[in-house]
Design a protein around this ligand. Structure first.
Ligand code: FDA
Length: 279
């Protein structure tokens, strides 16, 4: 683990909740908002699911106590979505309700395509009763354009990303350029039809286009980026008074998250191998 952790550490705050809180305190000092995620996914055992709910409630208490500018981001599969949708709904509702008391926003991450429909359904049900909840939509999925139009009509608050999972070409765009085109198209739909949303990318071309659209439409948009990626860009945009939000993961279940980041940046694997050989 020693060697891996050296590389993982750039992308996550640490294994404890207080590591995440510490990171958000630093970010807030630079005018950047935090977005805490407790790492973990595909839990089916009650023990892990209950622990995830408890962690989020404690994080929310801590955000409130420390008066942090911070949101949270949750994966529904860590709350039991795969095995029991009703139970999962009860769990996410508990978190969203608690967050609402403190005026904190909760984002729902989007996972692999097996869970897309269930995640969208759960979100729609929640959004009927809560205003402090948003959902992530992946530009690489062919279905997303339709989902976005439907979700906008239901006053959804959307975070647009490219998409981080390995999906089949029958349901997902595969080439970088095609994914970027889809992102651009959906981003235009958001600026035209939605009042509040998040653009989550580190891609200069997409950020530049979002800024042009923001100047034109003057919407309540926030730019979200991952911890450890493009800090220069975060600072540059924060100084220009854009709302910049950094995704801050913490916890012991970091391997899947790490592997998704490696897929986006395969040169990391080369660096890991080189370090291992030179030891
Ligand atoms: P792209 O991958 O093309 O990267 C653009 C540039 O950013 C690169 O050229 C490089 O400079 C830099 N960069 C990108 N990734 C890097 C890395 N790992 N290390 C170092 N530099 C890197 N996905 C998903 O499927 N479900 C979700 O719920 C979420 N949630 C989410 C929240 C937030 C706040 C963000 C920013 C992203 C997500 N994602 C996600 C991940 C998203 O789908 C996507 O995989 C990553 O954002 C990388 O895509 P980019 O748009 O940045 O483009």
């Amino acid at each position: 683990m020693g060697l891996w952790i050296h590389f993982v550490k750039q992308w996550f705050a640490g294994e404890s909740r207080l590591d995440a809180i510490k990171r958000v305190k630093q970010l807030n000092k630079s005018g950047i908002v935090g977005l805490i995620n407790f790492l973990g996914e595909h839990h089916e055992e009650k023990h892990y699911i209950e622990n995830s709910v408890r962690q989020y409630l404690l994080v929310l208490n801590e955000i409130k106590r420390e008066k942090l500018d911070c949101e949270v981001s949750v994966k529904l599969s860590q709350l039991g979505l795969k095995s029991d949708e009703k139970y999962c709904f009860k769990n996410i509702e508990h978190i969203v309700k608690h967050a609402k008391k403190f005026g904190i926003f909760v984002w729902i991450d989007m996972e692999n395509s097996e869970l897309t429909q269930k995640t969208v359904d759960t979100y729609k049900k929640l959004r009927k009763h809560y205003s402090n909840v948003g959902i992530c939509i992946q530009a690489y999925l062919k279905r997303s354009r339709k989902d976005i139009e439907d979700l906008i009509s239901k006053k959804a608050i959307i975070r647009l990303v490219k998409g981080a999972y390995v999906e089949d070409s029958s349901i997902a765009f595969k080439s970088k350029e095609r994914i970027r085109k889809s992102f651009l198209e959906i981003m235009h739909v958001l600026f035209k039809g939605s009042d509040k949303f998040a653009i989550a990318t580190h891609d200069d071309r997409l950020v530049d286009e979002a800024i042009i659209l923001e100047n034109k439409y003057k919407k309540d948009v926030e730019f979200q980026m991952l911890m450890g990626v493009r800090h220069d860009l975060k600072i540059k945009l924060a100084k220009k008074n854009y709302r910049i939000v950094e995704y801050v993961p913490y916890g012991k279940h970091w391997m899947s998250y790490f592997m998704r980041r490696v897929r986006e940046r395969p040169t990391i694997l080369f660096l890991i191998l080189r370090s291992a050989i030179s030891k």
